[in-house]
Design a binder for this molecule. Structure first.
Ligand code: 5GP
Length: 206
């Protein structure tokens, strides 16, 4: 009997304001076969967000309990709220042979890398730092001090790019999506990922 290869864990990360959420949303359209990990968060739902679809919305107490029960693959505090990836769904998806994508901030991504070094880590870059500032300012929700802070955090985060496997410039969402799809196709062709299958063939022939 041929056992199915495990799925690939893909982590899409990058500095705040780079457009990770937008790219991930577009990927849901152009790569519907990819499974998306729904994170848990303690932040308030935004208009139109649905519990269990965009996030699992939790109280701080509920989130703390999930951490204590070791139900989180990773978690991080970001702008005063907790965000984290439920572990079981990721593990079940991979074991069933399906690929899964996590859209998370940089600290969380590095924690995932410690647990899943075989994952594929993609860093999303802005076309330029000016463009990143425009995007942060464009949200219209940040004070001048907060913009300066976010830009300095973004610089620190970009320095962590060396821990990633791929870097993609988010010049246009559709370009970013097709580059991510190409990466996934290439990763499936890596000889390391098919080696078990080949070993099985060899055993069957001998
Ligand atoms: P937002 O509040 O705008 O939805 O997300 C804020 C930040 O949290 C984004 O950078 C997003 O990528 C990140 N994020 C979302 N889910 C998770 C998660 O499960 N873990 C971590 N570490 N970050 C997350």
């Amino acid at each position: 009997m041929t056992s199915k290869e495990k799925g690939i864990l893909i982590v899409l990360s990058g500095p705040s304001g780079v457009g990770k959420g937008t790219v991930c949303k577009a990927l849901r359209q152009c790569a519907p076969e990819l499974i998306y990990s729904v994170s848990a968060t303690t932040r308030e739902p935004r208009q139109g967000e649905v519990d269990g679809v965009n996030y699992f919305f939790k109280t701080r107490e509920q989130f703390q309990k999930l951490i204590e029960e070791d139900q989180m693959l990773e978690w991080a505090e970001y702008v005063g709220n907790y965000y984290g990836t439920p572990r079981k769904f990721v593990e079940d998806t991979l074991n069933a042979g399906n690929d899964i994508i996590l859209e998370i901030e940089v600290q969380g991504a590095l924690k995932v890398k410690q647990k899943f070094p075989e994952g594929v880590f993609i860093f999303l870059l802005p076309p330029s730092m000016d463009e990143l500032e425009n995007r942060i300012v464009g949200r219209g929700t940040e004070s001048e001090e907060s913009i300066r802070n976010r830009m300095s955090v973004a610089m620190d985060e970009i320095r962590l790019m060396e821990h990633y496997d791929y870097a993609i410039v988010n010049d246009r969402v559709e370009n970013a999506c097709s580059r991510i799809q190409s990466i996934i196709v290439s990763e499936h062709c890596r000889k390391e990922r098919v080696v078990n299958k080949i070993k099985q063939w060899m055993a069957e022939v001998n």
